[in-house]
Design a protein around this ligand. Structure first.
Ligand code: AVJ
Length: 329
């Protein structure tokens, strides 16, 4: 991990990063909505409202992922910290860092909790998370970094060894090749004493998975539609939200959930910096992929990225798994 202080550290936030990310957003949205089929990156789900809606999703009875991973972490964290012996914890896609506290508590018990670096694309949410963590872990250096994890980012100086964690099965948002390239960056930045912990959702009864993305209280639908509300808020688009409906399907061939927004009627949308977009009735915008794994498919991604799995920790009900790895280099 390169050890130069970065301008994206919250608290020292020059306007440049904000401008850059807005221009990037315009480029991404133009590319996605002028391609066939239309698509939008799931990273744009996570504005303040989207991050709050996702927290609500994690509480839903149908959305088993967070509960499964939390129970697994609670059961295995002592062993993970004993073998990784981390003094620094770096988290990709930290969100509210609720599960991370299980790891920080175990590092504290081991008397080696020096530094926590949460990385997330949602600035406001990350600031709120950091504030809370500073209160609860006054002895730990909390250095949040605002960045899209698929982009190059630099980290503050770390106290070795470092444990890098990527939880919540967010790896599932990335098709194999982009997952491998993302993890290759992680592997390339790891010292021989560093470790990597990956959380991934396992393949299971398709109906269980479908229900997790089509919850009966409609929170996932609101989370999905919020991406259009965000384009209205931030790019002055004129999407009519109820002209679209949420759809989440699970492909048992591709082992992935696909989330879409379906146009209920033919209509036009204008985004000033992009132009006029036409939607046919039934045309969709794909907003997210969420791949599901087994041991082989995870081992394949890790080893292709230059990471060697040293611990395979499936949940008792095989619903979720954690994999601890180190760099092959
Ligand atoms: C945060 C990407 C892991 O794919 O399960 C939850 C996001 N999308 N409900 C997932 C999500 C719909 C979630 N990840």
């Amino acid at each position: 991990m390169s050890e130069t202080p970065t301008p994206d550290v919250v608290g020292g936030t020059p306007p440049y990063t904000v401008r850059r990310s807005r221009q990037q957003m315009v480029r991404d949205v133009r590319k996605g909505l002028t391609s066939t089929p239309k698509e939008l990156s799931p990273k744009y789900f996570y504005d303040e409202r989207g991050s709050v809606l996702f927290e609500e999703i994690t509480q839903l009875p149908e959305y088993y992922l967070t509960r499964s991973e939390r129970a697994l972490l609670e059961a295995r964290v002592t062993g993970i910290v004993a073998s990784a012996r981390p003094c620094s914890l770096v988290e990709l896609g930290a969100g509210s860092a609720t599960k991370t506290r299980i790891i920080l508590d175990a590092m504290r018990r081991e008397g080696c909790a020096e530094l926590y670096v949460p990385i997330d694309v949602s600035r406001d949410f990350l600031e709120a998370t950091a504030l809370q963590l500073r209160n609860d872990y006054p002895e730990v250096g909390i250095v949040p970094v605002v960045s899209d994890i698929t982009e190059a980012f630099t980290l503050p100086a770390l106290v070795a060894p470092t444990l890098i964690v990527f939880l919540g099965s967010t790896i599932g948002n990335f098709p194999r090749d982009s997952a491998v390239s993302l993890l290759s960056h992680v592997a390339a930045s790891m010292a021989p004493t560093d470790s990597f912990l990956l959380g991934a959702d396992m393949r299971k009864d398709p109906d269980v998975i479908r229900r997790a993305y089509n919850d009966s209280s409609g929170i996932t639908a609101a989370f999905n539609l919020n991406i259009l509300e965000r384009l209205n808020r931030e790019l002055d688009a004129n999407f009519t939200i109820d002209a679209f409906e949420h759809r989440a399907i699970y492909s048992t061939e591709l082992h992935r959930v696909e989330m879409h927004l379906v146009a209920k009627r033919p209509h036009k949308v204008v985004i000033p910096e992009i132009g006029e977009l036409c939607f046919r009735e039934g045309e969709t915008i794909r907003t997210e992929l969420s791949y599901k794994y087994d041991r082989e498919s995870l081992d394949d991604i890790l080893s292709a990225a230059g990471l060697i799995m040293e611990k395979w920790m499936p949940a008792g009900d095989a619903s979720f798994a954690l994999a601890l790895a180190h760099s092959a280099a």
